[in-house]
Design a protein around this ligand. Structure first.
Ligand SMILES: [Zn+2]
Length: 211
């Protein structure tokens, strides 16, 4: 057993085997959902967290999407009643402060979580079995590929990762083209594994943030 491989490594290792999705995105979503669920079930009345909630004016886009899916009506009612009260006070004093004073609780936690998983992948990418597992799967989305390339200090490793991703993207391109060809009016050919290539493309081409 490799003494340098711990829980975080095996989380990344397992996630890299996710069919049709970027392992680092999978880990991000899992942790973000856990955080929001935990926020509702245990921390709604935590004073420090409540202060943070107000300073950040509640959830950002990701938090709202997850909260809508979690459907914790009571937790959301408590948190947003408190925020609504705060906003009524702010609107009593025009011009009101309607910008968050700091990133929200979810963004703060996820920034650290993302950095930890990215660093773990980059730190172990030199190992042949990690390279093979990455190349045999979906690979990384563009945003995570860009982030990992910035973390890899060795040019040979950066080239290796780019080559592996180029192969994966070229394969996806072929599947997309095949789907488009079969979908044409005169084809009549049954669809194969390329049937969901467009869904995988939506996950693969998650682009990095604009500078
Ligand atoms: Zn990703």
């Amino acid at each position: 057993m490799n003494p340098d491989r711990h829980t975080t490594f095996y989380e990344v290792w397992d996630a890299l085997g996710t069919p049709g999705d970027c392992g680092l995105c999978v880990l991000h979503r899992r942790r973000a959902h856990q955080f929001v669920a935990n926020l509702f079930y245990e921390n709604v009345n935590h004073p420090g967290l409540r202060a943070h909630w107000h300073e950040s004016l509640g959830f950002g886009d990701e938090g709202r999407t997850i909260a809508a899916a979690e459907q914790d009506a009571l937790g959301l009612s408590i948190l947003y009643a408190s925020l609504a009260h705060d906003l009524v006070q702010r609107l009593n004093h025009p011009p009101p402060k309607l910008h968050p004073a700091r990133p929200g609780p979810l963004e703060t936690v996820m920034r650290k979580t993302d950095a930890r998983y990215l660093d773990e992948f980059a730190r172990h990418y030199g190992a042949a079995d990690v390279q093979a597992r990455h190349a045999a799967g979906f690979g990384l989305c563009l945003a995570h590929l860009d982030a990992v390339l910035r973390l890899l200090p060795d040019p040979a490793l950066r080239m290796r990762l780019c080559e592996a991703e180029r192969t994966l993207i070229a394969r996806l391109q072929s599947e997309l083209q095949l789907f488009a060809d079969k979908s044409s009016y005169d084809s009549g050919q049954p669809f194969g594994p390329e049937a969901d290539a467009w869904q995988r493309a939506l996950r693969k081409f998650r682009r990095p943030e604009s500078p």
